[in-house]
Design a protein around this ligand. Structure first.
Ligand code: C2E
Ligand code: MG
Ligand code: MG
Length: 266
């Protein structure tokens, strides 16, 4: 296991040295059409090799680099989205993960607005994913910033839903557009596990009752897909369809998706 101090030391120059990239994982609707992509950071360190975001994001948060990394990722993803727009790959939602540290930073919403304006991103096509636990602490401040973003048309989604400690009664106070059911719940889904199915059904019913869209992440099997379709989950992300892909590969897939879409319309 790589030492946090080592990670911190090398992460410091990772952007400058061109070691970080974004990969993109397609998100599909229930008819299996691509409706969006989630941008996911990748760090290929010359010194440490490839390091998982699950490992380096917490270090970046601790050390404060996450502000730079998050800003870099948002600019990069929005710029890429505008290229895809030029190529005719739209409509396409762009999901970008946001850390609690960014959310708490003063003027969070206006920082995001600056990037939207500078890159030519369409605010309504941008979705920010914020983890459940981070929304819950310091709620009133988070809500204020989130409302500003939503007034601009930006969508907000609660990531890793079900893993935090949020009281369900808070959910109706959170100004969000969708929830992403955590991978751990999806992993347990199979036709012989009634309790796993009940749990996911309850989450979907609750979310739909609050007018929220539901995304399932970590879908790996056709059986899980069948159950989620039956439960009326709105969109799906997972290795069953696509892994996170580098920008060239995902571009080819988006191109094919756009051709299919236009083809069926004619
Ligand atoms: P997340 O936002 O919940 O992203 C989903 C993670 O699940 C990704 O891991 C993705 O590769 C993985 N995944 C997707 N489908 C499947 C599947 O079918 N099976 C399995 N086993 N895994 C699947 P990844 O890319 O390693 O990212 C881990 C976490 O790091 C992300 O979780 C997110 O919290 C964080 N992260 C990644 N990029 C960024 C970023 O730009 N900013 C911030 N703040 N956090 C990021
Ligand atoms: Mg996410
Ligand atoms: Mg997640």
């Amino acid at each position: 296991i790589k030492d946090s101090i080592e990670i911190e030391r090398h992460l410091r120059n990772s952007i400058r040295d061109g070691e970080v990239q974004l990969h993109y994982q397609p998100q599909l609707d229930i008819c299996r059409r691509i409706v969006g992509v989630e941008a996911l950071l990748r760090w290929n360190s010359k010194a440490l090799g490839s390091v998982s975001p699950a490992r380096f994001i917490p270090v970046a948060e601790q050390a404060g680099f996450i502000l730079d990394l998050g800003r870099w990722a948002l600019i990069e993803a929005c710029t890429q989205w505008t290229r895809w727009r030029t190529l005719g790959f739209l409509p396409l939602q762009l999901a970008v993960n946001v850390s609690v540290v960014e959310l708490r930073y003063p003027d969070f919403a206006s920082q995001i607005k600056t990037v939207i304006d500078q890159t030519g991103m369409d605010a309504a096509s941008l979705e920010l994913e914020i983890t459940e636990s981070s929304m819950m602490d310091n709620m009133s401040e988070a809500i204020r910033e989130i409302e500003k973003l939503r007034a601009m048309g930006v969508k907000i989604s609660i990531d890793d839903f079900g893993t935090g400690y949020s009281s369900l009664s808070y959910l109706k106070m959170l100004p969000v557009d969708s929830v992403k059911i955590d991978r751990s719940f999806i992993q347990d889904l199979n036709e012989s596990s009634q309790s796993a199915i009940s749990l996911v059904r309850a989450i979907i019913t609750l979310a739909h009752g609050l007018n929220l869209k539901v995304v399932a992440e970590g879908v790996e099997t056709e059986e899980q897909m069948r159950i989620l379709t039956h439960l009326k989950c709105d969109s799906i992300q997972g290795f069953l369809f696509y892994k996170p892909l580098n920008v060239d590969l995902v571009g080819e897939i988006l191109e094919r998706n756009a051709l299919d879409r236009n083809g069926t319309r004619m």
